[in-house]
Design a protein around this ligand. Structure first.
Ligand code: NAG
Ligand code: NAG
Length: 359
């Protein structure tokens, strides 16, 4: 399931690319306050001609997309109240099946509930640890006292490590899971499973409660420390995760919901395909201009640095830095490209053909 979240993150970024051309028709009110947002400079590979057209739109991007949208203030206030640190009342914080069944959201999005869930995921004692063998990447399954399960995707790289090579090169980055969660919450996508950075002491919190299966996929390294190579499609005995000098492994703890939680699956047309022989429609057709009005409306709220600011604010409640400044600047550049792309699409097809008002 965790791969699905990673997939979901990609999908989500791609979804962002899809959705945007409304501004010809609706101009949002623009903040009059001077803001501290330096519009990132963007260089594009202009080889497919559609990129050149989009670049033209980028050059003439209306100023509303380079400054803060005042309507976002109220949204940000609600988010902050949902994430601010709070007294945790275990075990009542975990998602409630009746709420999920009613189709409203994964958990109530108000009054510090998100902050409480993250705190509980980060600190609850671990009763059992096993390999989570599904998927391509090394993950553990943590059973917390109180019976909630979490996936744990260990850290493989420092935040500033650059992976070279193809799009699938290297391991998954654990912080991307958590970043995706905050991004989704900022976009009001209320079905994304909560995810938080957690540190686990291998000798104290894993070894004593590890299943036999997990113990079989652990070896001692040259410093006699317990390292894990796990069980998964790409797991190899020479590619272990080892504790740091404090004996801890850092990772993304991701809420895991199994039966009886039932979810409908909606496939995004912006999902990517890694098989070059089976490309998705958007990968083959440079004129693909669809996807969802409410998503676009939300993207419009995030202009002028609000997206970066919000993710930093929310993750600061957990005392975590989730990405480098370069990453945040890259996210802001991508947002500007999305604005330009949707405008290009509206300019070409008209908003009625571009936006879908219902899922
Ligand atoms: C978030 O989505 C819910 C429906 O899922 C909606 O009721 C609510 O108004 C939305 N909030 C914002 C700020 O758009
Ligand atoms: C681990 O071994 C495999 C061959 O089994 C090799 O392809 C891979 O590069 C090795 N990984 C490292 C980190 O050395």
């Amino acid at each position: 399931m965790s791969m699905n979240y990673v997939f979901g993150f990609f999908l989500f970024l791609l979804l962002l690319i899809a959705l945007n051309i409304y501004f010809f028709y609706t101009l949002m009110p623009i903040s009059k306050k001077p803001i501290n947002f330096n519009v990132p400079s963007i260089k594009l590979d202009l080889s497919p001609s559609v990129f050149k057209d989009i670049y033209d739109y980028l050059n003439y991007l209306p100023s509303q997309y380079k400054s803060r949208n005042q309507k976002f203030q109220a949204v940000q206030k609600t988010l902050i109240s949902s994430f601010s640190p709070a007294i945790v009342q275990l075990p009542d914080v975990w998602p409630d099946q009746s709420l999920v069944a009613s189709g409203s959201s994964l958990y109530p999005h108000k009054n510090e509930v998100a902050g409480q869930i993250l705190h509980a995921m980060k600190t609850s004692p671990i009763a059992l640890v096993d390999n989570a063998a599904k998927g391509t990447q090394l993950k553990l399954l943590l059973l917390l006292e109180g019976k909630q399960k979490l996936y744990f995707k260990p850290k493989r790289y420092e935040l500033d490590h650059v992976i070279r090579g193809s799009i699938v090169a290297g391991f998954d980055r654990h912080n991307a899971e958590v970043f995706a969660y905050y991004l989704a919450m900022t976009m009001n996508l209320t079905w994304i499973p909560p995810s938080v950075i957690r540190k686990v002491n291998v000798d104290k919190e894993i070894v004593p409660v590890a299943t036999l299966g997990l113990k079989k996929t652990m070896i001692r390294n040259a410093n006699a420390k317990h390292c894990i190579y796990g069980k998964c499609f790409y797991c190899k005995i020479n590619e272990t995760v080892c504790p740091d000098h404090k004996g801890e492994i850092e990772g993304a703890a991701i809420l895991y919901l199994d039966k009886p939680f039932q979810f409908n699956v909606y496939k995004s047309p912006w999902q990517r395909n890694y098989h070059s022989t089976k490309l998705m429609e958007w990968q083959k057709n440079s004129d693909f201009c669809k996807l969802k009005l409410s998503t676009w409306r939300h993207l419009e709220l995030l202009s002028g640095g609000s997206l970066t600011e919000t993710i930093k604010l929310l993750s600061a409640f957990q005392g975590v830095k989730l990405a480098t400044e370069e990453h945040f600047r890259a996210v802001e550049r991508r947002l500007l490209k999305l604005y330009a792309t949707v405008q290009y699409c509206i300019g070409k097809h008209g908003s009625a053909k571009v936006f879908k008002t219902q899922w």
